[in-house]
Design a protein around this ligand. Structure first.
Ligand code: SF4
Length: 218
């Protein structure tokens, strides 16, 4: 099975029946709060991030407050998310740059987003898709890597290659939701440890379930 448009359309339709309202599970009110939450979610779960951000955002209610924060105090709020020193430093430095170079707004282009401390293509795509509703946003996280390989849509673990391949085969207006659906499906059914293919709504379109040559399981 290969990643043809027909296959992808069927996969999207199947996933939409189960996850019709697929969205990012990080909780936020302001654009920069999503940016910081995504940074905190690196090597951490969205659930844990959602537990720490209410107190963090209450203590630092504006970008100015974050920009003026002592990183050590920010660390105290995010310690349980792991890698807290680097994350705290990035949040404070990012706040400063948003204020000094972007008028206090999260920028809306890939090029600008990638200039921000701690922001890589995954984060930038998520911001473009969720904040700016940009077409062709492809968020390649661990679920996307695992599921797109199992489904036979890609044959690589390299995020940039996956992003390019998925962007080429996904309808632009569906790409952001598709990635969110992969996350939900990856948590609920197609888990890293043991995919439950017997319960999977897209099993008939899946290379791994079909035992196809080259279908990667990791
Ligand atoms: S059929 Fe199995 S491997 Fe394929 S997407 Fe579904 S759960 Fe994952």
């Amino acid at each position: 099975m290969s990643g043809t448009d027909t296959d992808v359309s069927g996969i999207i339709r199947g996933l939409e029946t189960v996850y019709p309202e697929a969205a990012c599970s990080l909780e936020y009110d302001k654009d920069y709060e999503l940016l910081f939450s995504v940074r905190l979610a690196a090597q951490c779960t969205d659930e844990r991030v959602n537990r720490v951000t209410p107190a963090l955002f209450a203590r630092f209610p504006t970008l100015e407050a974050f920009a003026g924060a002592d990183a050590a105090e920010v660390e105290g709020y995010i310690r349980s998310c792991g890698f807290f020193r680097g994350k705290a430093r990035d949040i404070v430095e990012c706040s400063k740059m948003l204020l000094s170079e972007f008028g206090g707004r999260v920028p809306g282009t890939m090029e600008e987003l990638l200039r921000l401390p701690g922001v890589g293509r995954k984060t930038a795509n998520l911001i473009l898709g969720d904040i700016f509703m940009a077409p062709s946003a492809v968020v390649v996280d661990t679920h996307c890597i695992r599921l797109s390989n199992r489904l036979g849509l890609v044959d690589t673990r390299q995020p940039e290659k996956i992003e390019t391949r998925l962007r080429a085969i996904l309808p632009p207006e569906k790409s952001n939701a598709f990635c969110h659906m992969l996350v939900l499906h990856g948590r609920a059914v197609c888990t890293a440890r043991a995919p439950r293919c017997g319960e999977c709504v897209i099993s008939e379109l899946c290379a791994f379930a079909a035992g196809a040559d080259g279908a990667v399981n990791f």
